[in-house]
Design a protein around this ligand. Sequence first.
Ligand SMILES: Cc1cc2nc3c(=O)[nH]c(=O)nc-3n(C[C@H](O)[C@H](O)[C@H](O)COP(=O)(O)OP(=O)(O)OC[C@H]3O[C@@H](n4cnc5c(N)ncnc54)[C@H](O)[C@@H]3O)c2cc1C
Length: 432
Amino acid sequence: MYSDRALVIGAGFAGLLAARVLAESYGDVVLVEREVIGPGFRADLPQAHLLSAPVMGVVEALFPRLGLEWEDAGAVRADLGSDLLVRLPGGWAPREHIGVEVLAASRGAVELGIRRRLGRLANVSVVDGVVVDGLLHDRGTVTGVRGWRGDRPFTDYADLVVDASGRDGKLVSWLAEFGVRCPAPVIVNGRVAVASRLYEVNRDLGLDWKIACEVTRAPLARRGAVVSSVDGLRWLVTLVGADGDVPPVDEDGFLDFATSLRCQEVAEIIKTAAPVSEIRGASNLRSRSNRFHQVTDWPRGLLALGNSAVSLNPVRGHALTLAAVNCADLRALGREHDLAQEPPVFHRAVARAARIPWQATTSADLGWQSKKLPARTRVARWYADRLVRAVPESRRVHRASVRVAQMLDHPVRLLRPGVLVTALTRGRSDQA
Ligand SMILES: Cc1cc2nc3c(=O)[nH]c(=O)nc-3n(C[C@H](O)[C@H](O)[C@H](O)COP(=O)(O)OP(=O)(O)OC[C@H]3O[C@@H](n4cnc5c(N)ncnc54)[C@H](O)[C@@H]3O)c2cc1C
């Protein structure tokens, strides 16, 4: 048995940041990852991370100047007004500088930057190629993990195990093995699917934006897309389908889907730019809250964060922010509490942090469900529709919406008189 040791399951964004936080208070931190992290790990995986200001605040507090290192490696800084082309169901969003930035990079580049910085910490190690398939426990306390490294059994012990194994994590069934029952998860499913591919930037197209997106919105706009400039010389093209409209992953189908969009630049890129990855699809991107804060007999020595605790439909862009806030809470609460002994303190913070991003993400997806929604949700959706329709005509509504979407401002800001009146007067009809 070891003491003063923490073990994190999963070396995604949440697990990597959590390892850095735990390195401040544990003598030994081990990060266990099922994939083999060789050279170029996830470099051609067609997924991007758009790092918002709140995310960068957490990251830079843990890894000073990491943003600059990412930029040196090709991450693209974009103003969400002037550098962003947005097609909404009611028209195009205004193109003006609004002073709210994101840093766009491929998932591979983001994780590589964090792993390099973790590599400088003497008390953090990564064990890759290990599939965890259960927890070790002793009288109400988790004492480690078990699993497989290739065809060899793997066990490791720790005072604290943090599960950051992502949206497909198996923590609920691992807990059930020793009699801990979790409540049924809350699931909202807009039957959203994506298909993504990386391309070399084709400068001949002369595009004047860094990120472009066409937004899906129930009940009419089932198809959308996001194109991000990442890693300096690449575009990540993600086609988005809602309500069961799955973007194809074959060459012809991928282009046909893009051609059906209003934002024709997406199809132009697919037709003229050289692909540098396969087309990768993901479907059933639902949001799921595991409500771990409600488990009364949760074991000591175990925490869950990131997508393992609350996974959000990634298309809405709040998943990384939530993972970052979880790690900031882990750090702040860990200074006041022994979280290995008091997991509920942390899981209540996870539930609190998820409230606004959960509502923002799921209220959009609920529009695709046929069942009648509660009156409060219907009113919120009605007002959100007014806002979306007002954006093409109003810089004020646009700016306020971007700040709330980036979690820089509380959603109550969208009810301020200037925004409210504009939304109610100009947001009444769909424009072409
Ligand atoms: C298709 C798709 C597209 C996305 N696009 C975006 C996007 O454009 N922008 C954005 O901000 N976010 C996006 N996301 C979400 C984003 O990837 C995650 O929110 C983010 O990576 C943080 O999640 P996480 O660290 O909690 O989990 P993950 O990133 O999923 O990391 C979990 C890690 O745990 C490992 N693991 C899982 N099970 C085990 C096990 N049993 N044993 C050991 N290791 C294990 C996995 O290999 C993985 O490395 C997307 C997600 C998906 C699925």
